[in-house]
Write a protein of this length. Structure first.
Length: 337
């Protein structure tokens, strides 16, 4: 069995050479609950040396506790900047008392873009600076703008940690435990992340297009027609669920209305998690339906390049489609008009 602390101490005693790989552990129960694959977790020693050069307060005693964050996290979030990565927070702080953030690369690649059969620690750092764009400090800014995947179900522990660090969960997040699944993106032969809209094998994708009565196609985005008749709508959503379309996708509804609630009800009853309802109406922003936060549409920017879908329930779909494009959104778009 791996003894990370002992391996770390031996590495330090050898003078901290760059070319080592330290075995940290395996995928924890918390990570498994959000769909992370069961693999060994590796830490390149060159990364450890870089962390200690670039970040104050990252002593060996702090970094030896990284496994505690991985094994028993308080919060797990989608990485804001890199696909196939998650950011974790736990009880471990740096030497200055600031909680460390552990970033895992879930599908690391070799220099030839071959996916490695392991998980790697990509970075460990702290955030304590003021964000002038959001008006929040450090970790809170990251929590506010990231997709929350997991919150420790021990509510007393979580709430105590939040209070101690003067943090709070994003508006609308009331669940604890596993909240959403991690979304994996694949790389093409050139090492680029493939467009979410074409990640299906072509024959299967064409089959799905036929089911949805495609009305417009503008690569890399697709706009589908979904009948406003709820029975047909449920049939189509049912087919999408049967085809596992929503698996690993960040799902958004756009425009809060009766149709939105019908779709939300159906998806919720069939185990599909919805990230948020996007709405331009400022009076609705900050509210929630079935614990789904209603937020401003521009937050979709945080999911550029991620596997995602927006279901539009407004008759003004053309204007909304343009708005999403202006935000740089390049995932799937479905419309019921």
């Amino acid at each position: 069995m791996c003894n990370f602390t002992e391996n770390y101490d031996n590495w330090v005693a050898e003078g901290k050479p760059n070319e080592r790989q330290l075995s940290v552990g395996i995928t924890s129960e918390a990570l498994l609950s959000i769909g992370v694959e069961q693999k060994n977790i590796i830490w390149d020693s060159s990364k450890i040396n870089k962390i200690q050069r670039d970040h104050l307060g990252m002593s060996d005693e702090v970094l030896k506790k990284v496994l505690e964050v991985i094994s028993d996290p308080i919060i797990i979030m989608d990485s804001k900047t890199q696909p196939n990565r998650v950011t974790m927070l736990g009880d471990v702080c740096n030497d200055n008392g600031i909680p460390i953030m552990v970033v895992l690369a879930l599908r690391p690649t070799s220099r030839t873009n071959r996916i490695l059969n392991m998980i790697k620690i990509a970075s460990v750092y702290v955030r304590d600076h003021y964000n002038s764009h959001t008006g929040t400090i450090g970790i809170q800014s990251t929590i506010n703008t990231s997709g929350i995947l997991y919150i420790d179900p021990n509510k007393l522990r979580t709430d105590t940690w939040l209070s101690h660090n003067q943090l709070q969960l994003p508006l609308g997040i009331t669940e604890y435990g596993s909240i959403d699944k991690v979304a994996y993106l694949e790389r093409d032969v050139n090492g680029n992340f493939s467009s979410p809209a074409v990640e299906y094998e072509l024959p299967e994708w064409n089959k799905i297009l036929q089911k949805w009565d495609i009305v417009e196609e503008t690569a890399p985005d697709y706009l589908y027609s979904i009948s406003s008749i709820y029975t047909k709508l449920e049939n189509i959503l049912g087919n999408m669920i049967d085809d596992h379309y929503f698996n690993g996708r960040a799902v958004f509804l756009l425009g809060h209305c009766n149709a939105t609630e019908e779709i939300a009800n159906y998806l919720h009853e069939h185990g599909v998690s919805i990230k948020a309802i996007l709405d331009n109406n400022k009076s609705k922003q900050g509210l929630k339906y079935r614990n789904i936060p209603i937020v401003k549409p521009e937050l979709i920017k945080n999911y550029k390049g991620y596997k995602s879908v927006v279901l539009i329930t407004s008759q003004f779909h053309s204007e909304i489609y343009t708005q999403l494009s202006e935000f740089g959104y390049n995932g799937d778009i479905l419309s019921n008009y």
